[in-house]
Design a protein around this ligand. Structure first.
Ligand SMILES: N[C@@H](CCC(=O)N[C@@H](CS)C(=O)NCC(=O)O)C(=O)O
Length: 204
């Protein structure tokens, strides 16, 4: 498999982490998304949305969307539960991540890191951070009563939410008020096979 990716990306990290945890070999191909490298005709032929992560299977099929990649790579492994209710919980938290978390927590990080001199973006940053805190408050409420997001085990729901939560301070979102979230981040980071966001597979 070939993973089209960007090393800073939390969405890309989800794919890197599940491939590493499940021991699936892959070739890593990096793009500078800020320089428009995913908007070339060649890349758009691969993924018309023009975004990483994009997973290219050995038979030529192409799977975009980080959470779809998580699902595909985790099928048949302990990272995707078999129980019907717990699978629905995985999907529920992944939808929450894409609609109520990533657009704020990830965007605040991206803008603060890459566009600190862009007055229009900086004017919107407080609103992004506020919405990020709303998402973290929801997570704190869940993690106050549970160790994991879906059922009683580490799953791709945790990976989906870990990817941008653990780097939220890079977007000016302080995690100090979220004790249960911080304890969960620590639990994720000590899972066997865990790798940090800037890990890439050794070159073949
Ligand atoms: N919903 C997508 C979002 C992917 C996404 O936003 N990718 C960004 C990097 S994190 C990207 O490729 N941006 C480049 C561009 O839009 O040109 C997913 O979860 O994979």
């Amino acid at each position: 498999m070939r993973l089209h990716d960007n090393i800073e990306s939390g969405n890309g990290y989800k794919a890197r982490l599940i491939l590493k945890l499940t021991g699936q070999p892959f070739t890593w191909i990096g793009y500078d998304t800020y320089a428009g490298e995913t908007r070339t005709p060649e890349f758009l032929a691969l993924n018309p949305v023009g975004k990483i992560p994009t997973l290219e299977l050995d038979d030529g099929r192409v799977l975009p969307e980080s959470n779809a990649i998580l699902w595909y790579c985790a099928e048949g492994t302990p990272y995707l539960p078999e129980d019907r209710w717990n699978r629905a919980q995985v999907l529920r938290w992944m939808c929450f991540e894409q609609y109520s978390h990533e657009p704020y927590v990830a965007v605040a990080r991206s803008w603060q890191t890459h566009y600190p001199d862009d007055a229009a973006r900086m004017a919107q940053l407080p609103e992004k951070r506020d919405r990020g805190h709303e998402a973290l408050t929801v997570m704190e409420g869940h993690l106050d009563r549970h160790d994991w997001f879906a059922g009683d085990a580490y799953s791709i729901a945790d990976i989906a939410l870990y990817a941008y939560t653990h780097v939220a301070p890079e977007g000016g979102i302080d995690l100090a008020p979220y004790k249960a979230v911080r304890a969960w981040l620590d639990r994720v980071a000590v899972q066997p096979g865990h790798v940090p966001i800037d890990w890439t597979p050794p070159a073949a």
